[in-house]
Design a protein around this ligand. Sequence first.
Ligand SMILES: Nc1nc2c(ncn2[C@@H]2O[C@H](COP(=O)(O)OP(=O)(O)OP(=O)(O)O)[C@@H](O)[C@H]2O)c(=O)[nH]1
Ligand SMILES: [Mg+2]
Length: 219
Amino acid sequence: MAKDPLVIRHIDYLGPMATAEGWRPEVTLPEIAFAGRSNVGKSSLINKLTRRKALARVSKTPGRTREIHFFRVNDDFVLVDLPGYGYARIAKERKAEWKPLIEGFLSQSPRLQGIVQLLDVRHDPTIDDLEMLEYLAEIGVPTLVVVTKVDKLNKSERWKRIVAIAHQTGVDDDQVIPFSAETGEGRDELAEAVMQIVKMPDWRLPQPVEGEAEPEAGE
Ligand SMILES: Nc1nc2c(ncn2[C@@H]2O[C@H](COP(=O)(O)OP(=O)(O)OP(=O)(O)O)[C@@H](O)[C@H]2O)c(=O)[nH]1
Ligand SMILES: [Mg+2]
């Protein structure tokens, strides 16, 4: 069997960030943030990825996590658990709360290295999902798209849904990672993709100018 791309030696909880101007842990390592609609399966995915049963709290009551939580993974990166957004039953004022906090964090973190955006395989992306993806594309941060709860569909239904979601979000379908916290499917693929992003050069630095870089294959 292939080597585990993300062997967890230790994880430390660093604390919560509650407002856009509020406390956040000192920045020492690249940060990878996990985003998605409330109830999309974010806590379950984080637990599976880190092989911890209850690192992030899995809830039957959506919209539980309201702060941003930071976890240092080995001495490799900081995993950032963003609050789930857009849960329909939450009052309007509540609904708007996530935006300044999430956007504040995303725009201010000097070591934000990548985002893992979660979408439920069974549902079309919501306006909030699309706004989030648009915002991420605007700032230019490397983004992985993961579709969650794939165990709930059979193989053919699942591929139909992945093609539809890829189309709706403008992402290539082979760039979408199918994931199940139930079966563990996609865990290693996600771990590998996360570690690749952790090791990438800073995306904010000027990228090689055309002509100076090696030509891309087939272009
Ligand atoms: N079948 C199945 N159920 C899942 C999967 N992932 C999560 N769930 C279930 O979906 C519900 C929500 O999961 P959470 O991981 O708490 O979702 P969340 O996105 O963290 O939700 P909030 O923090 O409340 O916004 C729970 O009942 C989970 O057991 C999955 O891959 N397959
Ligand atoms: Mg959660």
